[in-house]
Design a protein around this ligand. Structure first.
Ligand code: DGY
Length: 433
């Protein structure tokens, strides 16, 4: 086991850029929000100063209204499109004047990442001191979400762009693309010079992605305008799970720090409403899984993906609902020919085991499911998720994502997307320890 762990450490150190980490070379040459969080968990096991710095740099990019962007463009790079000139975060009145970034966010992992760092730390006193110095920024980020991203006051946050979900080209979004007809943009793709086009989103999908950004830019990234006009407005179970888990972590950490009764009370209020609405609105009895909700077109998006099972990580389902979820996961995603856990329903005609978030296995979702399964006492299935994760990495290397079909893993070529990918390394280290 030691050899693979040493390799993982090498990957993380290689992707460290003096203050933050890139997800991987060339394909993703900047700092990404949720990547940074998962990377900090990996570093916490062997280099706490880097773990802390990763989070500090991320939080430094925070806007005046508490928003944290999805990409922070620390350097110039011509290996990535669309770059800072396209995104133009400076259009927002409260954007950071120091860092150029996108004007969209990503799943809010920071709260639970701080708690993981504390759990892993061998010097809890020093780590709690670090947390005390940054925790209010994370609280402000949650306040941003509940104040600006919940127009009907449900306790559920919307995302306005598929890149905010983290599951960029999920087949779930196909239903939304069908409601849009964006112009054909002229641009030069950079991702497909690093990675085979069959593993990435299509040109036409990118037209949709760019068009949503253009609408937000026309209104200087004002939240009220985005809520009114964005053709993409979705309540995403994975995104809301990350926020709810982070709420819980902030409550625990504020209690450890002491003296923060007002913030704890506010977090509990958000939390209670969020969990209730989540179960009432996003659980689909017939499918036996949590689903996405299209707030723009007021309709449920009735598909099962790995995001559908993520709520077990944040203690959202009752024991009974968790049992239903696990059954759905094993029935649809867990037969002997599949590695756990495909990112999209393998029994659906939209499933594609090679293409980014349309089917491949991702290490971060496996880590989330692994932790959640243990919380609910599904130790055998958790063990399988862990063993599958180790096996696909051992067979192929630290890729960004992996073919979910076992029979494809014969010649070490079933790892796709970016190579030496940071969170695959970081979360493997955490699973092994
Ligand atoms: C990309 O460029 O594919 C990124 O995932 C956006 O976050």
């Amino acid at each position: 086991m030691k050899a693979i762990q040493n390799k993982a450490i090498e990957v993380l150190n290689k992707n460290w850029k003096d203050g933050f980490s890139v997800p991987c070379a060339n394909l993703y040459p900047f700092q990404w929000f949720w990547d940074s969080g998962f990377i900090a968990i990996g570093f916490a096991h062997f280099d706490m100063p880097k773990s802390e710095k990763e989070i500090e740099t991320l939080l430094d990019s925070q806007w005046g209204n508490g928003f944290i962007p999805h990409i922070i463009f620390h350097t110039e790079s011509d290996t990535y499109f669309p770059g800072s000139d396209f995104h133009r975060s400076d259009l927002h009145v409260q954007a950071s004047r120091e860092y150029r970034s996108t004007g969209m966010t990503q799943p809010p992992v920071t709260g639970f990442v701080l708690q993981e760092m504390y759990r892993i730390s061998k010097d809890k006193k020093a780590t709690l001191k670090f947390i005390e110095g940054v925790i209010d920024k994370v609280y402000d980020n949650h306040n941003y979400f509940y104040t600006n991203r919940d127009p009907q006051n449900e306790g559920l946050i919307y995302i306005y762009h598929n890149w905010e979900s983290g599951t960029d080209n999920s087949p779930i979004w196909d239903d939304i693309w069908a409601t849009m007809n964006p112009p054909e943009y002229t641009f030069e793709r950079r991702d497909t010079t690093h990675v085979d086009a069959s593993e990435r989103p299509s040109k036409r999908e990118y037209d949709h992605y760019l068009h949503i950004i253009d609408i937000a830019k026309e209104h200087n990234y004002k939240d009220e305008k985005i809520a009114e006009l964005s053709p993409f407005l979705v309540q995403d179970p994975l995104f809301n799970t990350m926020l709810i888990k982070s709420n819980e972590s902030l409550i625990d950490l504020y209690q450890l720090i002491g003296d923060n009764q007002d913030k704890i009370a506010q977090l509990e209020k958000w939390q209670n409403q969020a969990i209730e609405s989540f179960n009432n609105k996003l659980f689909d009895k017939e499918l036996g899984a949590y689903i996405h909700y299209d707030l723009r077109n007021e309709k449920p998006l009735r598909f099962v993906s790995s995001s559908s099972f993520s709520p077990i990580y944040a203690n959202i389902p009752s024991k009974e609902k968790a049992a239903i979820l696990v059954k759905t996961m094993m029935d649809k995603f867990g037969n002997d020919h599949q590695y756990l856990c495909a990112s999209f329903d393998p029994t659906s005609e939209r499933f594609n085991p090679k293409k980014y978030w349309r089917g491949p296995v991702w290490v971060n979702l496996n880590w989330i499911l692994y932790k959640g399964l243990i919380q609910y006492g599904y130790n055998d299935i958790a063990k399988r998720v862990k063993e599958d994760t180790i096996e696909i990495i051992e067979k192929n290397g630290f890729y960004e994502y992996f073919d979910s079909r076992k029979e494809e893993h014969v010649d070490g070529k079933a790892g796709y997307g970016g190579k030496d990918f940071s969170w695959s390394a970081a979360l493997l280290i955490d699973m092994l320890n």
